[in-house]
Design a protein around this ligand. Structure first.
Ligand SMILES: [Zn+2]
Length: 492
């Protein structure tokens, strides 16, 4: 429901009123496709422009049909590089957006690698489908699927990249005479940020905070999330709003045990991991375990061209590391490279891994097992009980990764059924998202100033659990918006 437009200079009892209109366009009632629209002084802004993921057809429909008029958007404020936050920017550009995209320098470098990679996947997927369509037609089938166009092309991605504008943490960026914003370290992935949007008019102020994706203290590489200055409104993620993680401190011991157990069986360890963040964390932890002689001397492969490019970006942005990882560098160690580790770029080399004997570890993308080389490794290794699939991150509903976590006995890979006999293990401790306790701790300094919190980026049960605990502990009004729902944010 869209509220009626307000006149531009409303006054209550002599106090000027300022307001912004906030409309939830994505990640409302679900985790992926982050996109929030802000209207201020007749201009439109987007906070994030991510890809929807999950059920293929539905996600494709959402990604192709943008819920906003792209040409009318003045600027995008991007929280971080993950594809569910940045991945639909080329579609926005394809549909007429030509304004600036503000974000941190590390996020810009990550997006360069990731948007090109996504464009490449979109082009390849469309080519694959179209070849099958063509073949059916040649075989004389009159009815069948229609040819498809890629969601966006490399050209669209390359037209997007020059629109990025770097912003430093804690430095105000002026968007319009009455509007500015600042970003703060969200501790989620390299370059990730929480945002604070400031609107002031006639002495009246409206401040809207957006958590972005919030990280956690004690994670490898990243710093803990920073507290934000006071705001009246907050859009907050709730991925794990109803859960408590195990402490990140136990992660090394758990990883050591999984590696040792699988090696004792003579099996392989297949690790689906997000190319950004999770892969580099795992490499760092394996590096430490190998240095300490706590895991056997087995080969470790990072089999993902994107992860290789992204690791190069990590090396370039040591300014984003926590103190421990910076010390590693100062000690002359490369946190992301060591003797037993090989980065695999070429597809031919990736295929050869299947013929390799003896235990080894392969870290590959995509993290939710939806596409990429990990699918080949799963197809070749899921049915062998000696092997382990080590899940290392959040798995959205209806993804292959989620089916594995839920211990389904049979799954489909490339359309073929496979009986799952490999051990399925989860390294939840590495989650890049704050749990309920960590979200509440981050919120503590904000809570007394807030008029309303909007919970996004969560499955309904998780958002609801967080809403309940926020209301009872902090007494703040909480909404769980649905897609398309609008709110007026006022200073009064
Ligand atoms: Zn994220």
């Amino acid at each position: 429901m869209t509220p009626k437009a307000l006149p531009p200079a409303l006054r209550y009892d002599g106090v000027s009123e300022a307001y912004m209109k906030l409309t939830f366009r994505g990640a409302a009632g679900e985790v992926t496709g982050s996109m929030h629209q802000l209207e201020v002084d007749g201009k439109q802004y987007l906070l994030d422009c991510g890809l929807a993921q999950g059920r293929r057809k539905e996600a494709d429909r959402k990604n192709r049909h943008l819920p906003v008029n792209a040409a009318s958007i003045s600027a995008v404020l991007l929280s971080h590089a993950h594809i569910d936050h940045s991945g639909n920017l080329p579609t926005l550009v394809k549909n007429g957006f030509s304004g600036p995209i503000y974000t941190t320098p590390a996020t810009i470098d990550l997006c360069d690698a990731m948007l090109r990679d996504t464009a490449h996947i979109q082009e390849k997927d469309a080519e694959f489908v179209n070849k099958r369509v063509e073949k059916r037609r040649r075989e004389g089938h009159a009815n069948g699927p229609e040819p498809v166009e890629p969601l966006f092309t490399m050209e669209d991605a390359e037209r997007t990249l020059p629109l990025f504008r770097p912003v430093g943490y804690c430095t105000p960026t002026v968007l319009d005479p009455h509007l500015s914003y600042e970003c703060y370290d969200a501790g989620h992935i390299l370059g990730s940020s929480s945002l604070l949007v400031n609107y002031h008019n006639n002495g009246a102020h409206v401040r809207l905070a957006y958590s972005g994706d919030l990280g956690r203290p004690n994670l490898p590489i990243t710093r803990p999330p920073e507290a934000l200055p006071p705001a009246q409104y907050l859009i907050m993620e709730s991925t794990y709003g109803g859960r408590f993680h195990k402490s990140a401190e136990h992660v090394t011991a758990k990883l050591r045990d999984v590696v040792n157990r699988t090696c004792a069986r003579g099996g392989r360890i297949i690790v689906p991991a997000f190319a950004v963040g999770r892969t580099q964390q795992l490499v760092l932890l394996l590096h430490e375990l190998a240095n300490a002689g706590r895991i056997p001397s087995i080969p470790i492969f990072v089999d993902s061209p994107l992860a290789i490019d992204v690791t190069a970006v990590f090396r370039k942005h040591a300014e984003c590391f926590n103190a421990e990882t910076r010390q590693y560098l100062l000690d002359g160690e490369d946190p992301f490279g060591f003797g037993r580790l090989q980065y695999v770029r070429e597809a031919g080399e990736s295929k050869k891994l299947n013929d390799l004997h003896g235990p080894f570890i392969v870290i590959s993308a995509s993290g939710m097992c939806e596409q990429g080389r990990i699918l080949h490794h799963l197809r070749n290794n899921l049915a062998d009980p000696r092997n382990t699939v080590l899940i290392t991150g959040f798995q959205a509903q209806d993804t292959l990764g989620r089916k594995l976590v839920e211990k389904m006995r049979e799954v489909r890979v490339f359309g073929e059924p496979i009986t799952v006999r490999a051990e399925i293990s989860s390294l939840d401790e590495l989650s890049g998202h704050a749990d309920q306790g960590e979200l509440m701790a981050w919120l503590k300094t904000q809570a007394e100033h807030l008029k309303q919190i909007f919970l996004v980026h969560g499955e309904p049960a998780q958002s609801q659990a967080l809403a309940d605990v926020i209301r009872s502990q902090y007494g703040v009004e909480v909404a769980i918006p649905s897609p398309g729902q609008s709110f007026w944010l006022r200073n009064i």
